[in-house]
Write a protein that binds this ligand. Structure first.
Ligand SMILES: [Mg+2]
Length: 357
């Protein structure tokens, strides 16, 4: 049996907005949003003052302004956020080389090998981050990645929360399925229609039935809804693409139907992009189609800022491949590889901290 892991998920509090607040002390106490000021823009991040009015990330700027007329819109300045992020990462890497960044403001750390309480490490990390950047972050501490990420949300902002191995069962029982890693709003909705709200509800489904309903993902789901997750922390993982997909209860039988569903997926993808990867240049767009007989096809094209039309054209091409009804659609982007620079500077940083790497 493997040793029990100790994972910390660190999540900076409204990161872009926090950096801007640090740079603009005169705006203290005022609601601010980063991004969303242009006609078609969406809010990337907003501070807690703005959240009180119901402003949220990925919300169109005009809607944010409706909810909060005094909202101050600031332009996105990635250079600043990258610099702050690099400082945070440097602090994290001074504890362990096992740091997996998820985005500029989030990372997992595997501190299993350190001979200290993970709770104390997280506390010290947050203190040092504040001293060196004047920014606050929240931490989740748990035996695995999924639970650590959930836990970091629990005492936000500027707090931390731990889930110990003996608390997992109780913690997970009432946890909404939406919180399971990999279950999106769509998936949660579908579960809801089947009367499944919590992980406890999901646990009542036996493994063979889970696999019958969800395929390979069913096996993972069976583990995840019990709070079990054995994905390791991967220090060199850099996200190369972002995508979503949807399996339909009833197969889609016409191109028009497919287009309607694809439009929804593309809208969601755009929101997710602005929330998670706005700093990454998009290089390609792709569409995935799985047919009723389980054959699948992917169509992609070079596009720096794909639109609904881009995806519709790809879908039309993919659709021609088979006369079968469609059971799954997916949309996605691949990021350009000019993150090489980022990767090598990260490697350099790693080698400074840990000469063996
Ligand atoms: Mg954050």
């Amino acid at each position: 049996m493997m040793t029990q892991r100790k994972i910390i998920h660190l999540d900076m509090d409204c990161f872009y907005a926090a950096v801007e607040m640090r740079e603009h002390p005169e705006l203290a106490g005022q609601p601010i949003a980063v991004g969303g000021g242009s006609r078609r823009g969406v809010v990337t991040t907003c501070n807690y003052e703005a959240r009180k009015f119901g402003v949220r990330s990925a919300m169109p700027g005009f809607q944010a302004r409706e909810r909060c007329p005094d909202l101050i819109f600031l332009p996105v300045r990635f250079d600043l956020y990258r610099a702050a992020s690099a400082k945070v990462r440097q602090i994290l890497l001074s504890y362990t080389p096992l740091v997996e960044p998820l985005s500029l403001d989030e990372a997992y750390l595997d501190v299993t090998g350190l001979d200290r309480y993970a709770w104390d490490i997280a506390k010290e990390i947050r203190k040092r981050i504040f001293e060196e950047t004047q920014l606050t972050g929240s931490a989740g501490i748990a035996p695995n990645k999924m639970l650590a990420k959930i836990a970091s949300d629990w005492r936000k902002p500027n707090g931390q929360f731990a889930i110990t191995p003996d608390q997992i069962e109780t913690f997970v029982r009432d946890l909404p399925v939406r919180k399971i890693w990999g279950v999106g709003p769509k998936g949660a909705e579908k579960f809801e229609q089947q009367g499944i709200r919590t992980c406890g509800d999901l646990q009542k489904i036996e493994l063979p039935e889970m696999v019958r309903r969800h395929g390979k993902w069913g096996q993972e789901l069976y583990q995840l809804c019990r709070g079990l997750d054995d994905r390791p922390v991967e220090p060199n993982r850099i996200r190369k693409s972002l995508s979503n997909e949807c399996t339909f209860l009833d197969n889609l039988t016409t191109l028009e139907e497919c287009q309607r569903e694809l439009d929804k997926l593309v809208d969601e993808l755009e929101q997710e992009l602005s929330a998670k990867a706005l700093d990454r240049p998009v290089h390609k767009a792709f569409v995935k189609v799985k047919f009723a007989d389980f054959t699948r096809t992917t169509r992609e094209c070079v596009s720096l800022s794909p639109t609904r039309e881009t995806y519709r054209a790809l879908l039309a091409e993919a659709y021609k491949r088979s006369p079968q009804p469609v059971r799954l659609l997916g949309s996605g982007v691949r990021f350009s590889e000019d993150t090489e620079e980022e990767r090598s500077s990260f490697q350099q940083l790693l080698s400074l901290v840990n000469p063996i790497v």
